[in-house]
Design a protein around this ligand. Structure first.
Ligand code: KIV
Ligand code: NA
Length: 275
């Protein structure tokens, strides 16, 4: 079971086999994603929201990403692992971007990095790629700059804006990215971009015609319940199921039904006489 490679992912696009991207943020989630057959795992900066309780991805730091990425790398062997570059780790200069991308590769051991933006990130992406580090692009709705985009909403809905998203995707490919995430864009636009690009597209809220799909772990398991975007499908009422189990533990401790004899350790009680 060797590591999934970039040529493997490109071959999947060529053959029309869907690329399944999971997200994971720690060791057990990565193990579970691999067991579930993930081709690739994204350690998203969504970690800030789903694991740290921030209301956006903006506060996420390199230190947080390094810690989460290294836990995921230890948990999954076969999937191609992508680490998100956090806000302000790649915008200041291409030099700083290369240095930070390099940390995710060298210190955390991910296989590639992902960063947001299209035309404006051309030089940054090509600098990182020239340094020998695979880059995954991310266009359409880019959460780190959601304020500039007017909030978390669909991008590219009219002809002019659709052209901009297309140009962003083409720029990312020309800069040398190996794959691109299309977030929250209309289905026909995602289809056009997928046909136009030679690199695989991974959709989230971008319809069924992308080369692959990604969904956030906590969203698909019904664990994150602050809000539910339209594009999320819940495969489990995870929060309900887990809280139910936790509540039974709470009740059993209170009612003294846990722990039972079988959960304790025995000794010869006479050894305690006179202590
Ligand atoms: O951070 C993340 O989880 C992402 C995906 C939603 C693509 O960037
Ligand atoms: Na992200």
């Amino acid at each position: 079971n060797r590591k999934v490679s970039i040529p493997d992912l490109h071959a999947m696009k060529a053959k029309g086999e869907k690329i399944v991207m999971h997200t994971a943020y720690n060791h057990w989630q990565a193990q579970m994603a691999e067991e579930a057959g993930a081709d690739t795992i994204l350690v998203g900066d969504s970690v800030g929201m789903v694991e740290h309780g921030f209301s956006s991805t903006v506060p996420v730091t390199m230190e947080m990403m390094l810690l989460h990425c290294s836990a995921v790398v230890r948990g999954a062997k076969r999937p191609f692992i992508i680490g998100d570059m956090p806000f302000l780790s790649y915008e200041v200069s291409p030099e700083e971007a290369v240095r930070n991308a390099g940390r995710l590769i060298k210190e955390a051991g991910v296989d590639a990095v992902k960063l947001e933006g299209g035309r404006s990130r051309r030089d940054t992406i090509s600098a990182i790629v020239r340094a020998g580090i695979p880059v995954v692009g991310h266009v359409g709705l880019t959460p780190q700059s959601a304020t500039q985009l007017g909030g978390f909403k669909v991008q590219g809905k009219d002809r002019e804006r659709a052209r901009q998203v297309l140009e962003d995707a083409v720029s990312v490919q020309e800069a040398g990215a190996c794959m691109v995430v299309l977030e929250c864009i209309p289905t026909p636009l995602a289809r056009l971009i997928t046909e136009r690009l030679s690199i695989p597209t991974i959709g989230i809220g971008a319809g069924p015609f992308c080369d692959g799909q990604v969904l956030v772990f906590h969203d698909l398991l019904g664990i994150f319940n602050s809000f539910k975007p339209k594009f999320v499908k819940r495969y489990l009422n995870g929060r309900e199921t887990l809280v139910e189990a936790l509540s039974r533990y709470t009740q059993e401790v209170r009612s003294q039904t846990f722990p039972e004899d079988q959960h304790g350790f025995s000794m010869d009680a006479s050894d305690l006489e006179g202590l």
